[in-house]
Design a protein around this ligand. Structure first.
Ligand SMILES: Cc1cc2nc3c(=O)[nH]c(=O)nc-3n(C[C@H](O)[C@H](O)[C@H](O)COP(=O)(O)OP(=O)(O)OC[C@H]3O[C@@H](n4cnc5c(N)ncnc54)[C@H](O)[C@@H]3O)c2cc1C
Length: 386
């Protein structure tokens, strides 16, 4: 049996970042990933899975040296975000300058960040290309058997294996949640007017539509819609025309688009984040509607809280893998994650309600937030993870 202090299953952004932070803190931490190692990032290839990273995530990744590794490549900082429903003239505007931040966040491609994180890991402690087949947990530690027959033993097992977490099921932890009627369409588009580092989000009755400014001048769109099947079936010119109309020509005409991809949307929350010798992190613990772009940011916040609970316990001579210590991590993260799930779920529905008098009330509410500077700042600070 191969022994480590901590084994993390799942080499997505959250799992890679946890392993890197643990290795830097002096733990013998290993990664198990069922897929192949990420390919070197190819700037000629578009990755449609992009993230709006919050200043808090960027600060944490900078602390690991991972942010600097990106070298500003294709990274798209954004200075402001304009949010509206019916009339762009009545939009809520969040501005980095108001928060005294250099930017509200940065748009980065999943494949680039994952490749950079992976490269920084100790290659000898990556067990790649093999899924977990069996798991046993007790108060003293965890043992897992991989599909290729290898067995691993550790004091603590961290499951960062995504929304359909197999490890979560093996540990007997339930989830609550539901699927949304909306499906998210993603593409990169060129627009007649420059994005000027401003992100847009319009709440349509069929779902929210976001334009995220990319470093190369294009915009990444995430269009969550109950009408996705029809939008996906349109040819490119039909789609570009509908998209320009849906965003009310804020960027003028759409002049080019990549192929479209789409994802189902689901809200899911694990009823427990920890067991003896076992912790969940990232989408394995929670998956949110992408409208606030918070999914991976919540995962990085989990990662930071988990690593700090483990380091503090070890440095104080306590058992870092004990349920008592892991509960500290759960307490630090669960309430905040649930708040974000509730807010994004509420927002995803608020614009679809057909109650008499609701729409003017809702629009008045948005205008009130725009005028109430302290409330607006509070909302923006929460989204920025400050
Ligand atoms: C359309 C869309 C837009 C989004 N936009 C944003 C955004 O703007 N900002 C944002 O923050 N988030 C966004 N998200 C959410 C984001 O994609 C997720 O929150 C994030 O990818 C979760 O990362 P993770 O590392 O927890 O899981 P994943 O990225 O799912 O990684 C899980 C890893 O575990 C591996 N794995 C799974 N099972 C096993 C096993 N049994 N054994 C070994 N390995 C295993 C998988 O191969 C994978 O590598 C968006 C999501 C969607 C669908």
């Amino acid at each position: 049996m191969i022994r480590h202090d901590i084994v993390v299953v799942g080499g997505g952004l959250v799992g890679c970042a946890i392993v890197l932070a643990l290795q830097q803190a002096g733990f013998d931490a290993a990664l198990v990933e069922r897929g192949a190692a990420p390919k070197p990032f190819d700037p000629a290839q578009d990755d449609l899975r992009v993230y709006a990273l919050s200043p808090a995530s960027i600060r944490w990744l900078s602390g690991l040296g991972a942010w600097q590794q990106l070298g500003g490549w294709r990274e798209g900082p954004y200075q402001a975000m304009k949010v509206w429903s019916e009339d762009p003239a009545q939009a809520l505007i969040f501005d980095a300058a108001e928060l005294r931040l250099p930017a509200l966040g940065s748009i980065v491609e999943n494949s680039m960040l994952q490749w950079r994180l992976w490269q920084q890991l100790d290659a000898a402690r990556i067990h790649g290309g093999s899924a977990v087949e069996a798991l046993s947990l007790d108060e003293a530690g965890a043992e897992l058997r991989l599909a290729d027959g290898r067995t691993l033993g550790c004091r603590l097992l961290v499951a960062a294996d995504g929304v359909d977490s197999q490890l979560r099921a093996m540990a007997g932890i339930d989830t609550v949640g539901w699927s949304y009627a909306q499906r998210a369409i993603v593409a990169h588009v060129s627009t007649e007017k420059p994005h000027a580092q401003v992100a847009l989000q319009r709440f349509l009755r069929s779902g929210p539509l976001a334009f995220l400014p990319l470093g190369d001048g294009r915009s990444s769109i995430v269009w969550s819609s109950t009408d996705a099947a029809r939008l996906l079936a349109l040819d490119d010119s039909g789609f570009m025309a509908e998209l320009a109309g849906a965003i009310q020509y804020e960027r003028g005409a759409i002049t080019a688009t990549t192929a479209r991809a789409s994802f189902p949307l689901r809200l899911s929350h694990a009823t427990e984040y920890v067991r003896d010798s076992f912790a969940l992190a990232g989408d394995a613990a929670h998956s949110v509607h992408p409208l606030a772009g918070q999914g991976v940011n919540l995962g990085f916040s989990d990662a930071a809280a988990l690593v700090s609970a483990l380091v503090e316990a070890r440095d104080a001579g306590r058992d870092y893998g004990s349920l008592r210590n892991l509960k500290r991590y759960e307490r630090a993260r669960k309430a905040g994650n649930l708040d974000m799930l509730a807010v994004t779920d509420g927002l995803s529905r608020a614009f679809d309600l057909d109650l008499p008098g609701w729409q003017p009330l809702r629009d008045l509410g948005m205008q009130a937030v725009q005028r109430l500077q302290p409330l607006k700042t509070l909302l923006a600070r929460q989204a920025a993870g400050l």
